[in-house]
Design a protein around this ligand. Structure first.
Ligand code: FES
Length: 293
């Protein structure tokens, strides 16, 4: 099995836990402080409106800008070309702005990760990003004071630190599955399969059933029966153990709320919609199948 020495090292750092314990509730509190507006702002930061984590999009800005700045710096150093110097300074400035935006969205996402390894790795990822941004801000200040050589060195240091951070970000996504759609493997039956006797589904109760081995959430609301994937798209929470709020269900793990009607995310942190299924009742049995919606 492949080893990830830096990651394994971070996983052993118990002292990160109390820091995370203190930081996470403060961030979550700040995001929910303003009621409806706070919820909307949090949805924007999580990327709920985009159908994709916004943080992943924004991280491209500092990584791309700072990599370009390194090239401009190298050419300036080799040729003394002043246009390259201006281009490097501009690229660093764009990168710093992008890094701040990425940090805000990253903090919002991280505040909704439960304890354990992903939380520790996410914390170190964030601390490295802050360090890299500080290096670039220092670099800009030095450049303004005409200490370009020292400015280039700080930029190089920032690039090394941000690359280490990007490695951890990749690990969080590809190994720890943070930010990915946890319903991606959901494969409901093409044709209707019976999943439950209609009489066994009382009104307004969340009920987990299996459709060809896939966990499905059934909910009856008056005359209507809804069926959506039961595993929460955010981090795999069990929606059947959540709560029903009108025609939506709230995940018990981090509070994402999904419309039962069409699986849309009504409240983050999830950025991914829940797959919905088509429902029919025949001969006293509820059947479900894949929906094309
Ligand atoms: S698992 Fe996080 S909101 Fe459902």
């Amino acid at each position: 099995m492949a080893t990830h020495i830096p990651v394994d090292l971070i996983k052993r750092q118990e002292w990160l836990e109390p820091i995370a314990d203190r930081l996470q509730p403060s961030i979550a509190e700040a995001l929910s402080a303003n009621g409806y507006i706070g919820t909307k702002a949090a949805n924007i930061l999580h990327g709920t409106w985009l159908g994709h984590p916004l943080h992943a999009v924004l991280t491209d800005v500092p990584i791309g800008s700072w990599t370009a700045a390194a090239v401009f710096d190298a050419v300036e150093e080799a040729t003394g070309n002043r246009a390259m110097a201006r281009a490097a300074d501009a690229a660093i400035s764009v990168g710093v702005v992008g890094a701040v935006a990425a940090a805000v969205t990253g903090l919002a996402d991280w505040s909704k990760i439960g304890g354990g390894n992903p939380r520790r790795i996410g914390l170190v990822h964030g601390l490295l990003n802050v360090t890299a941004t500080a290096c670039y801000v220092t670099s800009l200040c030095l450049r303004r004071q005409r200490s370009r050589s020292a400015g280039r060195q700080f930029a190089l240091l920032g690039l090394i630190v941000s690359s280490a951070s990007a490695y951890l970000g990749g690990h969080l996504v590809y190994k720890e599955k943070i930010g990915v759609d946890h319903t991606a493997g959901f494969s409901p039956p093409e044709d209707f399969v019976p999943v439950l006797a209609e009489a066994e589904l009382p009104d307004s109760q969340l009920r987990r059933v299996q459709a060809n081995g896939m966990p499905v959430l059934l909910v009856r609301r008056g005359e209507r029966i809804y069926a959506i994937a039961e595993t929460c798209a955010h981090l795999g929470g069990p929606l059947a153990e959540g709560s029903l709020e009108n025609s939506s269900v709230r995940c018990p793990w981090h509070g994402s709320r999904y419309s039962l009607e069409d699986g849309r995310v009504l409240e983050g942190p999830s950025a991914h919609a829940q797959p919905v299924l088509e429902v029919r009742v025949r001969d006293g049995h509820i059947g479900v199948r894949r929906s094309d919606r």
